[in-house]
Each structure stands twice: as structure tokens, then as C-alpha cells.
Design a protein around this ligand. Structure first.
Ligand code: VG1
Ligand code: CO
Length: 550
């Protein structure tokens, strides 16, 4: 094997794989698929061919630490060198959370970044793997680029790689790989500094020392462990007993790194103890999602976005107010009410963070979020789990109220948007497609019809015209408005790796404060029934119950 300095470039013959189309958030497949000969290399070469500007420039590489992460990183390094990249910044041990990668790209004016992650999907040899590509602004590449990468992957016949030893990722150092410089960087430092520049760390520190306050953060053995230990532990003084599952593991300790009350079992247990924590939080596999809870009180992500928007001025970074806000289409309309009161614009985008990038770059919005536990701002171009937790801590520190009290006050001011998402996982892909086609076909007839006592006021197939570059993205989900003000949305997931997942999102507004304490599923029962009838869910899928309710 050649030594690292004088490595020669090999051109390897290959054949296209038909299934390399990126979904909502990168290319996501089973580990087994990625381990097939040339599979990863094909996709990476398609990327280098599609984004020629990477040659001669800086590229950031990292991942969420899951199984196959370091193997994929060594391959990416060899291919970057063979494709003329001048410099790569790679996280120590191959670690970079998705928001930290965004931060590093921006800070170092890199041309792009490759993040190896399948986010909240389970890891390990039997789990999932994925590749996300972020461009110069630090955000997920827009559809025009991901579609071009897919097109390139369909005609690929060869890829370039250098033959060389592995780069030592275990320590901070610089080295050469052929002509390319590799710098192994601290994955946490830049991101932690950025967080310190946004929030009032002094007040948060005081909050963490208060007798009536106790924090528990659950990293779910995923990427945010080292970030939480540095930021919450070392910089803010949180007790180490309040930081749980902070050791990243290749298989996430066998768990599902999805921050919700079902999977964050360690956290839920802690919060339930008699002397348990009063503030709980968790993040996902790659650190871009968040869950926030008070004692026996879970904050719905759509509500979280609305509360952050309403209280943004309490945070140093947003003291001057917000330029505007945005939410993905299926996210509840709670934040729209806040935007209206603040007199700022509220944009509705398709699902997936890539659609917020232009709005953030153009300064049209400051905050944005999704119902799937993702919230972020113009500080990076990704949703950001720990940022959201710090935002909440900053607000709690300023208001001196519990999480529950903050939510209840919010509902008193703005009313409550009851919201639920029902997922039907593991469906036959053909049947799920038929269901969506049936819905689309029925659209012109739905208006005025009643289902389970709910009358349809309007219905459409959501299409988005980007207000900055005019690009149009069609068929982003079926929206049904009900005469009572409720709303139903149907779409198929774009992050799964087997079969199809139908997501049904349902919401209804409740202005009466006496009715702010109802069980969400009961409050929405009629709309849920109507949603089943409208889409004929049982007839198409054979299911009468969802697999996951959030
Ligand atoms: C899901 C969520 C979406 C999120 C995406 C990526 O997509 O619904 O809101 O942006 O995951 O998040 P889908 O197509 O399965 O509904 V992550 O944390 O996987 O990067
Ligand atoms: Co994620």
C-alpha cells in the first residue's frame, strides 16, 4: 500500500444502482445495502461529479457515530483526495452532529459537507445508514442538487479513489492524503462557542443551581452526548447525574434514537421519580431534533416552535425581534397565531429542512420548525436539538416559571392547537401509493362532503413556490380543511428504508381556556375518524390503527 503522501489515483469500474434517490433528508438505506460493493462509492462519486466546485476547496466530513460511520468516512476521505478536494475538516472519531457540521461549514467557509447519518433510525449492523450533503450555506442541498446527484448516479460507470492507509481519527492533528490536507478537528468546540454567543449562559447557570430546578438530558447514546457534556456540563455546570446516556454507541445501546416519550425511556423514568427532574430534554441520533418536557408534561413540537417564537426576545441573540418565521406544512398552526400577533410573516414550506435554507439566507425568517421535533434559527442552516434545549432553558431562566406554566400561559394568550400525528408504518409501497392516488383523484369532489360529522371546506395537493428563487415543488401532501377550523394532512414518509409509511397529521384549534386540558386523542377523535373515512385507510392498507401516535 502506498504511503499517504504519494498515493496514486485508481479509477474503478462500476455499475449504477437504481435506488440512489435522496429522500426528505439524504440517502437513507439499510447498513447492508451500504455495505454492498461500490454502493457508497457510486453515490459519493455522483456527488463529486455534480458539485464540481468542491475541487480545490474545503469539505467538512463527519457523522453521528453509528455503525459503519468511520468506514464510510475513510472511503469519503480517499475519494475526496482523488477528486481534487484541497482540504477536509473531519470530526475526531468521525463525530459531527448535523447542526455542528452546519456550524463548521459556515465558520470555515467550506464549500460543503458530508454527514453520515440516518438520524433517528436505529443503528448497528442490522440498522440503517445514510449520507446527507450540505452545501456552502451549511444547509441541506436543495432539491435541484439532490436530483442532479441522483441523475448522475444513474449513469455512473466509474469512480475515483486513492489507495492509502486510513487516517488516524482518534486525535486532533493535520496530515496529507495525496495532495489533500486533512485536519482532524474537535467536533464540539466551534459549536459550543456559537451556543455561548447566542444564549444568556450566566442566567442559565443560575437556573441550574436553583433548589427548585433540576435538569435531566438524555443523549440516547447518540451524537449529542459529548456536546451536552461540554455545554450543559462543563460550561453551564449541570450535575453529571443529570446528563444520561452520553456515551455515543455504534448501535445507540440497542435503542431507537428518536426523542419522544416512547423511546426516551431513561428520561421518562427519571422524570417520574418522586425527587425527579423538573426539566427534561433529549435529542436524536444526529443531534438535530429535540424533545422538551416538564414534570409529567410533554411539550408538543408544534407548540414548542410557537412558544420559542413568542418569547424570542428573552434570548440575547433574538432580542431585536424576529424577521419572520416558517413551519413545514404539516406542522400545527400554533406559530401562525404568534406571527400574526407579532406582525411578522409566517411561511409554510414542504416537509424537510432544505426548504428553509433560502428563507434564512434571504433574511426573511429568523426561526423555523417542524412538527417532527425539529426547531432551528438563522444561527446555522439545520434544525438544532441542543440549541432548542438551551433556548428553553434561557426562557425558563428569564420567566422563572415551570415548562407547564409557560405552556398554559401561552394557550391562554393564543388558544391551543390540539395536534396529533398517526403513522402507519411498514405498509406495502404499492398500497400506500394507491391510497395517495385515490385521495388525489377524489380532491375535486371533497368540498362540501361530510365524514364522521366533519364537513370539508377545502382540499388541495400542497405545492410550494420558493419565494426566493421561484422553484416549484409539487405533490407535497394532501391538505384538507374542515369547516370547524380543523385540518387533516396526508403524506408518505421520505426517510424510511423498508416499505412505506403513511403519515396522517390532524389538528384543531381550541380558544376556550376551560377546554385546554383535554386528552389530545379524545379532543381530536372525530377528526381522526373523518381522516380514516376520507382516505379509506382500512380499505387500502388493511389497518384500522396506526403503529405510532405522537
Ligand atoms: C421526517 C420528518 C421531517 C424531517 C425528516 C428528517 O421526514 O417528518 O419533518 O425533516 O424526517 O429529519 P419524513 O419524510 O419521514 O416524514 V432527521 O432528524 O431524519 O434528519
Ligand atoms: Co435527525
Amino acid at each position: 500500500m502506498a504511503n499517504a503522501q504519494d498515493a496514486s489515483i485508481s479509477v474503478v469500474q462500476t455499475q449504477a444502482f437504481a435506488d440512489q434517490q435522496p429522500g426528505t433528508s439524504g440517502l437513507r438505506k439499510s447498513v447492508g445495502r451500504f455495505q454492498e460493493a461500490h454502493y457508497l462509492e457510486n453515490f459519493l462519486q455522483s456527488l463529486f461529479d455534480t458539485v464540481p466546485g468542491l475541487a480545490g476547496e474545503t469539505l467538512v466530513i463527519g457523522g453521528d457515530g453509528r455503525f459503519y460511520n468511520t468506514t464510510a468516512i475513510q472511503t469519503a476521505l480517499r475519494m475526496a483526495a482523488a477528486n481534487g478536494v484541497a482540504r477536509v475538516l473531519v470530526g475526531r472519531h468521525g463525530i459531527l452532529s448535523t447542526p455542528a457540521a452546519s456550524c463548521v461549514i459556515r465558520k470555515n467557509k467550506a464549500e460543503g459537507g458530508i454527514i453520515f447519518s440516518a438520524s433517528h433510525n436505529p443503528g448497528g449492523p442490522e440498522g440503517d445508514f445514510g449520507v446527507k450533503f450540505n452545501h456552502r450555506n451549511g444547509g441541506p442541498a436543495p432539491e435541484a442538487i439532490t436530483e442532479a446527484i441522483f441523475a448522475a448516479s444513474q449513469g455512473i460507470t466509474e469512480y475515483k479513489i486513492i489507495e492509502t492507509e486510513d487516517v488516524d481519527l482518534s486525535r486532533l492533528h493535520g496530515t496529507q492524503l495525496g495532495e489533500m490536507t486533512v485536519q482532524v478537528i474537535d467536533p464540539v468546540a466551534d459549536y459550543a462557542d456559537l451556543m455561548e454567543s447566542l444564549f444568556d449562559f450566566e442566567r442559565i447557570r443560575d437556573l441550574l443551581f436553583r433548589d427548585d430546578f433540576s435538569l435531566c438530558f438524555d443523549a440516547l447514546h447518540a451524537v449529542t452526548g459529548p456536546y451536552a457534556e461540554e455545554i450543559l456540563g462543563r460550561r453551564l455546570g449541570a450535575r453529571s447525574s443529570g446528563l444520561i446516556n452520553c456515551q455515543p454507541k455504534e448501535d445507540f445501546g440497542g435503542g431507537h434514537p428518536d426523542p419522544n416519550p416512547v423511546y426516551a425511556t431513561g428520561l421518562i423514568e427519571r422524570m417520574g421519580e418522586p425527587e425527579g427532574a423538573t426539566f427534561g430534554a433529549a435529542s436524536d441520533g444526529d443531534g438535530d431534533r429535540n424533545m422538551v418536557m416538564g414534570r409529567n408534561f410533554f411539550v408538543a413540537p408544534s407548540d414548542s416552535l410557537a412558544v420559542l417564537a413568542a418569547n424570542a426576545r428573552l434570548v440575547p441573540a433574538y432580542e431585536a425581534g424576529l424577521a419572520g418565521v416558517a413551519r413545514s406544512m404539516p406542522t400545527s398552526q400554533a406559530v401562525d397565531r404568534v406571527a400574526k400577533q407579532l406582525g411578522i410573516s409566517c411561511f409554510e414550506t414542504p416537509t424537510g429542512w432544505k426548504f428553509f435554507g433560502n428563507l434564512l439566507d434571504a433574511g426573511k425568517i429568523t426561526l423555523c420548525g417542524e412538527e417532527s421535533a425539529g426547531t432551528g434559527s438563522n444561527h446555522v442552516r439545520e434544525k438544532d436539538g441542543l440549541w432548542a434545549v438551551l433556548f428553553w432553558l434561557n426562557i425558563v431562566a428569564r420567566l422563572g416559571q415551570t415548562v407547564e406554566a409557560i405552556l398554559r400561559d401561552h394557550w391562554l394568550t393564543f388558544g391551543r392547537d390540539y395536534y396529533t400525528r398517526h403513522d402507519f408504518e411498514g405498509l406495502d409501497k404499492g398500497k400506500a401509493d394507491d391510497l395517495m392516488a385515490g385521495l388525489r383523484e377524489s380532491l375535486p369532489r371533497l368540498e362540501g362532503q361530510s365524514f364522521a360529522g366533519q364537513t370539508v371546506a377545502w382540499a388541495d395537493d400542497f405545492a410550494y413556490t420558493d419565494p426566493v428563487d421561484g422553484s416549484v415543488t409539487a405533490k407535497q401532501g394532501i391538505r384538507i380543511g374542515l369547516t370547524g377550523g380543523g385540518r387533516i394532512v396526508y403524506r408518505l414518509s421520505g426517510t424510511g428504508t423498508a416499505g412505506a409509511t403513511l403519515r396522517v397529521y390532524m389538528e384543531d384549534y381550541e380558544g376556550n381556556p376551560d377546554r385546554h386540558d383535554l386528552d389530545t386523542q379524545e379532543r381530536l377523535a372525530q377528526i381522526i375518524r373523518a381522516a380514516h373515512e376520507i382516505a379509506k385507510i382500512q380499505a387500502f392498507t388493511g389497518r384500522d390503527q396506526p403503529t405510532v401516535v405522537t
